[in-house]
Design a protein around this ligand. Sequence first.
Ligand code: UDP
Ligand code: MG
Length: 317
Amino acid sequence: MKKISIIIPVYNEEKVIEELVSRLENATCKLKYNFEFIFVDDGSKDDTLPKLIMLQADNPKLKIIKLSRNWGHQNAYNAGLDYVSGNAVVFMDGDLEDPPEVIQEFIKKWEEGFEVVYAVKETREESWFKKIMFSLFYHFLERFSNISVDKQAGMFSLIDEKVLKELRKCREKNKYYVGLRFFVGFKQAKITYHRDKRFAGSPKQTYRRLVNYALDALFAFSFLPIRLLTFFGIFVLIIITLGTGFIFFAKIFKFNFWIFYDLPGWSSIILLIFFVLGVQMIFMGVLGEYIARILDEVRNRPYYIVEEVFEVEKNSK
Ligand code: UDP
Ligand code: MG
């Protein structure tokens, strides 16, 4: 029988765990596949881990990977990916915003021969601020990156082991999976679903993390920020060259009008200097974003550390 691995990162989700496992179990028990539920405990400080271990006693499908600290949502998925053994892998958030019942539909599409099946949120129960930010982000990414990411597609998806093999070849540390999933190609299908409210507790992704995440995505899939510098530089050079030529001729032919009067223009010059300084700072910042990312890759530090793996087979040895 084929096997399907479901990766679920959890961070301080003690209030959700029981409901999550029982809904997962209900949603998958009738399907004719072997399942493994890989829970990645991303350094939870509450009772998430003890609860998982307790549930594992009744449910050998649970595999628990305890990370050494909180490494962040994407890295938790990365960690989970290194432990999967299924013929297909499902990515699912552990707060029940992604309903486990949708997994059935993923599998149906997979059986039809699609190697990537991703869910797009038809509706989303989120604050209006987040909604606006998300839609701006997707719009921006769609326009300016070299991949076409479906608007409203998130992590919730299924990939075939073939695709996983290719994803593993993407060696960057800062993996933006949603983008990479489109990047690798293969036959892709999408299904729409209603994204629920999180079952309990508060969102664990801070706004800072979300902003970082968005920047990572943009810098990972677009050279536009750095190209803008070049375009702007060329634009400024053209203007300056034309201006210089114009002034040169004005001096020679002694034009004496408009900006060519000898006015004491110090304030406008100071303003201009500061304006240019500001623009340059921004541009250096953009360069810095790329350099920081290069440094990050070159340092080659681990992007997660596994402290312990809890597996039923392993425990019973
Ligand atoms: N999560 C995680 N590590 C983190 C933050 C979040 O493993 O540092 C998990 C979290 O427990 C949840 C999933 O990632 O299962 C999505 O997080 P959350 O619901 O907080 O994010 P949002 O839905 O707001 O993007
Ligand atoms: Mg959530």
